[in-house]
Design a protein around this ligand. Structure first.
Ligand SMILES: [Zn+2]
Length: 104
């Protein structure tokens, strides 16, 4: 399957709406606006994707595996750009890449 790119316009719109929604919730101190990966607060004062702590839409169901769900807000999660990048397209794995401390 070559692409889901026909969805891009709709997705961009949905993404913007999702950011606005998070921003609104954050202003109310609603934890639903926080990063679902690290539970930290997202910096909604800057445009999405501009800093490590800025907002990025994460797909609960990786687009790579579930292309049909790309535009489905039910699968959207608020995340830090940093956390989203670290997670990549995999399932959430806290401590991914952490080396198990040596015993000696
Ligand atoms: Zn985070």
């Amino acid at each position: 399957m070559s692409s889901n790119r026909t969805h891009n316009r709709a997705f961009k719109k949905a993404k913007q709406a999702f950011f606005e929604d998070g921003k609104r919730l954050d202003a109310l101190d609603d934890p639903a606006a926080d990063c679902w990966i690290c539970r930290g607060r997202i910096d909604y004062s800057v445009p999405p994707g501009t800093t490590d702590m800025s907002h990025e839409l994460d797909h609960y169901y990786p687009v790579r595996d579930y292309p049909d769900l790309q535009d489905d807000p039910a699968g959207f999660r608020h995340s830090h750009r940093k956390c989203n990048r670290e997670r990549g397209a995999g399932q959430p794995k806290l401590g991914l890449g952490d080396v198990i401390p040596a015993w000696w």
